[in-house]
Design a protein around this ligand. Structure first.
Ligand SMILES: [Zn+2]
Length: 254
């Protein structure tokens, strides 16, 4: 039996980086400083939504609070919505009051600008027991902030269902996760992720990406039109491979 394809998108500031001394992320400096940018996120979101529409698929979007105030999220309403901090904070660096404030602000921004979030992914995949306590306080019952061996999950963490992102080894012994980052950067092929899915024993597969990564490479900057096309086709090809494998698309939250 094949599991579910849980396609997830982190909708956050372009090429986010932590800035020294601040628990608020910026965007990588492309010659104009590190103020957060959102243009690649918005363009990439539209590309991903078109791909999902072409397959008639619903996905889970983990929306950063601040991003929801800047990017037009009206097309997201038909999808499952989670939240992803407010300013893409490293939540493990926040004290109890700051953490509560970030979680409240992020949750409210996404609820107001998109719809009520029903799941969560920690920025930078950095989470803690205190973050899980905050999720319980907010009534969030699903999380996807942890990595696990292929084939593990979903599982319960005191009332919250964890949907981990698979992290395994490829046939060369090199680490591969179900984040599509290296495929967008040109160092992995769609078939690498099919192999990871098969290594998961065809259990649920939480496939993950960032909206901005459809149009901007961390290493090489804004993509050319041809690079964007290649990236779009690779993403479509991978989804098709997984659907052909028998995966059934589904979402993480309620
Ligand atoms: Zn993020």
């Amino acid at each position: 039996m094949t599991g579910r394809l849980l396609f997830t998108v982190d909708l956050d500031r372009d090429v986010n980086i932590l800035l020294d001394g601040k628990n608020k992320a910026g965007s990588i400096d492309r010659g104009h400083g590190t103020e957060p940018r959102f243009e690649s996120c918005e363009k990439g979101m539209d590309i991903l939504l078109d791909i999902l529409d072409s397959f008639g698929m619903k996905a889970t979007f983990f929306v950063e609070g601040h991003t929801s105030e800047i990017v037009d999220c009206s097309r997201l309403k038909q999808h499952c919505i989670g939240f992803h901090g407010y300013d893409h904070e490293d939540l493990t660096m926040a004290g109890p009051e700051e953490l509560r404030d970030i979680m409240d602000t992020g949750f409210r921004a996404v609820r107001g600008n998109v719809k009520r979030p029903t799941c969560f992914r920690a920025p930078f995949m950095r989470t803690s027991d205190a973050v899980f306590d905050e999720l319980r306080r907010l009534g969030i019952k699903h999380d996807s902030s942890l990595y696990a061996e292929p084939g593990v999950g979903p599982y319960d963490i005191s009332g919250i269902t964890e949907h981990p992102v698979a992290k395994g080894k490829d046939f060369r012994g090199k680490t591969i996760t179900a984040y599509l980052w290296p495929m967008h950067e040109g160092t992995r092929e769609p078939t690498d992720y099919l192999s990871l899915a098969r290594a998961s024993g065809n259990a649920d597969l939480v496939l993950s990406t960032h909206a901005w990564h459809m149009v901007e490479s961390r290493e090489k900057g804004i993509m050319t039109w041809a690079e964007m096309e290649h990236n779009r086709k690779s993403t479509e090809h991978l989804i098709k491979l997984l659907l052909d494998e028998g995966y059934v698309p589904d979402v993480i939250g309620d």
